[in-house]
Design a protein around this ligand. Sequence first.
Ligand code: 1GP
Length: 270
Amino acid sequence: MRRADATTLEYVTASSHNTRHITLIDPAKQDPNTAANRAMVAIECGSSMIFVGGSTDTPDEVVHATCKAIQEAFELRAFASSQDPESDESQWQIPVVLFPRGGHALSPAADAITFMMLMNSTIRRFLVGEQIRGAPYLEKFGVEALPTGYLVCAPGGKVGEVGEVELIQPSEVDLVHAYALTARMFGFKLLYLEAGSGAETQVHPDLIESARSVGDLTLVVGGGIRTPEQAKLAAEAGADWIVTGTLTEDAADLQELRQRISEITSALED
Ligand code: 1GP
């Protein structure tokens, strides 16, 4: 459900914002209804986009049911807001974007997909193979592709292992700079610096700064961010978007989730 006057890419790459927050929902970790409730809390608390994805081997039906449930919930909220002069309907015109682990588990109910090259993978499958599998499906269902370079930094976690990546170490600022230039020269609009879901340490700010020094790329940073201080650190280093996933998954209930996301988004507004 994107804004009527803009593509999702325009929404994502708009530069007139503070660092914005993305809530990542892994469809394997809860039923679609719970996912929709979590997504609504995230938006109420200031998240500006929902990513759906994460685990490998999630069946297509589960991904689709999750995207659909979130979209339907947002549509209902948008309708309710449109009936209330006090409330802002556009708050619910938030993109639901697939964050895939491969060319499977896609959904026509998504507004867009981070169409990614795992740039520091050592295997063809993640450089271009999965993309070839997914592209015809995305074309058929009109899911907008957000051209994204995906770079896994140390510690890297499961995505680093599965993707067989040459992890970028915190000191490798020149290397990340070269990757960022390469991403831009390929025509990618987004560069995602990933430390791995649940990582003990987030992407080092020096790496974010180095990537930031390359213009014309929207920088997305995720992995291991759990506190407002960590979010702020990444934002101050130059991230345009901060992604959190685990923080949502292990919240005991919606109230705890509300508090956690509000703390992060408030820190980003400062
Ligand atoms: C994982 O970057 C995302 O791909 C989010 O990581 O689960 O550690 O928040 P967390």
